[in-house]
Design a protein around this ligand. Sequence first.
Ligand SMILES: Cc1cc2nc3c(=O)[nH]c(=O)nc-3n(C[C@H](O)[C@H](O)[C@H](O)COP(=O)(O)O)c2cc1C
Length: 390
Amino acid sequence: MCLVQVFVSSMLKLHTTIKQNEKSKSKFTTVSMKPFKVRNIEINPPLILSPMAGVTDYSFRRLIKRRGGIGLTVSEFISVEGLTRNNPKSKRQMRFDPEERPFAVQIFGGQPERMATAAEMAEEGGADILDVNCGCPAPKVVKNGGGSGLLRDLPRLETILKEIKKSISIPLTLKLRTGYSDSTINCVEVAKIAEAVGVEHIQLHGRTKEQGYKGLANWDLVKAIKENVSIPVSGNGDVTSIENALKRFKETGCDGILIGRGAMQNPWIFRQIQDALEGREIYQPSLKEKQAVLLEFFELLREDMPELPAIGKMKQLAGQFTKGLVGGAQFRQTLYHSHSVEEVLDNIGIYFNTLSQGETFGDGLIETDKDLEFDSCDVASNICETTVAV
Ligand SMILES: Cc1cc2nc3c(=O)[nH]c(=O)nc-3n(C[C@H](O)[C@H](O)[C@H](O)COP(=O)(O)O)c2cc1C
């Protein structure tokens, strides 16, 4: 082939590649994404790592934030009873690193004075935003009037929000469920009350308290809230793919989206959604990066807690993360049966070496059932108390 032919042929190839890339991007570019502001704090991109008790701790949040695409991180829910009595566990839960900013501390409780005092402590601790939990369905939380218990006592909720507003100068936000039960859906009313007392961001998990984590989240109510208040509104529930996130933005007009369990299956999900929203090619992590993310998590955990709880937390992430990997079910088993740091590291090494040599692992299958399990803040906080007694 002469030089001219080589040149023409490579130009044609380049043209085809560009066309293909444009085609793959254009499937996502119909939704425009704008950062939004909670008072003067920019949430950019408008994607939030949803708080998960027993999961989104100091290590997990930094791990996920470093993968990119996150506009706001939130602490696990923190008991105001614990915080205001100087419980060491509650105080530890308030820690964060500057790399996590903007950072919200989420508190739960049912007593207005304690909520206000805890909010003040969060502000003193450097939080950018104070978030109130109005959604946790755990019996021990609801019994004391907190979490989704507040959805059946709106005067109490209003008093709590007013008292908090008096005690802090950082923005106050609310994360709630749609209602206590199917017959008492009241999230639009709650959002209006919250806006009237000065709440600056509403985040709706589209399930009722009684629903727990069953069924699917109702995003129509995210839209309904958006149409009824003028503060920013974010939606939440069951987002595990780019397509799903874009559909939610488009259909509801929401300002932001929170992702919880999906981040355990795919720590790059935020970055990938951001890529799609900004019309870039979607980032695909290599096998090496998947290995590196597990190792980085283990290192972050070991810096922060003793060996046993660190191994427990590793197993917790592995339960979800391995679902997208070849032979993930068998790899997960090897991690579940690891009892020391060395065993965990060896098993990670064996798994990734096997795959990188082009060999298969276990049954060689990627699980098709990528259901979101691990679905209760109650279970999670118990796991947290028993295995992470730090
Ligand atoms: C293990 C676990 C713990 C949770 N803990 C909290 C919490 O502390 N505070 C809160 O507001 N929501 C909590 N949630 C609810 C999540 O933030 C989120 O609203 C819910 O999981 C739906 O989003 P997802 O489908 O993206 O996971 C928790 C959920 C799970 C699964």
